[in-house]
Design a protein around this ligand. Structure first.
Ligand code: NAD
Ligand code: ZN
Length: 346
């Protein structure tokens, strides 16, 4: 089969590799579509060789069940679905509490095992998955469904965790209107009554933000914090979601979140928000505000996102590429040229 593989720093190529074998508790999925996440790009651009063997990329996977392991019950060949991206232990205290996204199997600060990032992924004609990670999608289009498995899931999880502060009359800010951000705008509208402010450094992304229901769109500049404070009577936004995570956006989040508000770090740009334990009065984090480093989402969050997509309340803006064009999709993403999500079709 053909697979898009990461073979070394800044190198992705289409290789011919064997169709994976499956174990008794696995499914073999014929991939219908696989989304390209900025995290894939961060991995590919990592400056040093992290492993010797090529890695098949792809953690946003939608497809059809092609074969079923001998011990799997309750699944049928031909069923259509998406793949939950964390292949967790299922028995640690976080997993059994429904917080699989912070499964302890990989340790306190690592990411749980994830196809396409820590093991063979779905940018290929077929992928082996643990049967329990399959979530049915009915007749939802694969190209729509694939990015729901991470871009929407991660946005949804970050937003769901702030529901206590998201009340009608309040404001939410989304910084970075790419794959995750454009899903976040729609999810905020679907599940909360807040006004939504979108921020991006690229003008064309603000046009996408408006199409996704942003009430106000702001081009990132030196006065962005001032503009958001003006729009919120100086109080700030009840929730700020940073889908970029570099120094400037982390600082913007700290400077614009309201007292008792929620600042969620989702983008992994290594940004330093510069939070100190000093008293109020400066430009720092206001009293009562919470900060959470948000990773992916739970299995139940994925079911919720599939339901939103099936109900027509979440529409992923996608650019479609054949698997063979995968390297071009990565280049376009690197240049900031993708509108919404790039999705590969094998
Ligand atoms: P993307 O490339 O599709 O979108 C990024 C957006 O941010 C673009 O619209 C870009 O114009 C904008 N942007 C870049 N720099 C900016 C700045 N300084 N100010 C304002 N806007 C800026 O990326 P994506 O796939 O949506 O991923 C977003 C981030 O989230 C990445 O860092 C990715 O690695 C991370 N991510 C985290 C998780 C998680 O679980 N925490 C999951 C998936 C992705
Ligand atoms: Zn991702």
């Amino acid at each position: 089969m053909r697979a898009l593989q990461w073979t070394g720093p800044e190198t992705v190529v289409v290789n011919d590799i064997p169709v994976p074998d499956i174990g008794p508790n696995d499914l073999l999925i014929r991939v219908g579509a696989a989304g390209v996440c900025h995290s894939d790009l961060t991995l590919v651009n990592f400056p040093i060789q992290l492993r010797e063997d090529p890695l098949t990329l792809g953690h946003e996977i939608a497809g059809t069940i092609e074969a079923i392991g001998s011990d799997v019950t309750g699944r049928e060949i031909g069923e259509r679905g998406v793949v939950y991206l964390f292949w967790t232990c299922g028995v640690c205290r976080e997993c059994v509490s429904g917080n699989e996204n912070v499964c302890l199997a990989a340790g306190r600060v690592a990411m749980p095992p994830c196809p396409g990032l820590t093991m063979e992924g779905g940018m290929a004609e077929y992928v082996r998955i643990p049967a329990g990670t399959f979530v049915p999608i009915g007749d939802l289009d694969f190209i729509q469904a694939a990015p729901v498995a991470d871009a929407a899931l991660t946005a949804y999880h970050a937003i769901r965790g702030t529901k206590d502060v998201l009340r009608p009359g309040g404001t939410a800010v989304a910084i970075g209107i790419g794959g995750l951000g454009h899903a976040a705008l729609q999810i905020l509208h679907a599940i909360s009554g807040v006004r939504v402010i979108a921020v991006d450094s690229a003008p064309e992304k603000l046009e996408l933000a408006a199409a996704c229901g942003a009430d106000v769109s702001i081009l990132a500049a030196d006065d962005t914090a001032e503009q958001i404070l003006d729009l919120t009577d100086g109080r700030g936004a009840e929730a700020v979601f940073d889908f970029v995570g570099v120094d400037s956006t982390a600082k913007l989040a700290v400077e614009t979140v309201a007292p008792n508000g929620a600042y969620r770090m989702v983008g992994i740009g290594d940004g330093n928000p510069g939070i100190t334990a000093g008293p109020a009065g400066g430009p720092g984090l206001p009293w009562g505000a919470t900060v959470r480093k948000s990773l992916g989402g739970t299995r139940s969050d994925l079911h919720a996102c599939v339901a939103l997509a099936q109900a027509g309340k979440l529409h992923m803006e996608v650019e479609r590429f054949d698997l063979a064009e995968g390297p071009d999709a990565f280049q376009r993403l690197d240049k900031g040229l993708i509108r919404g999500r790039a999705v590969l079709v094998p």
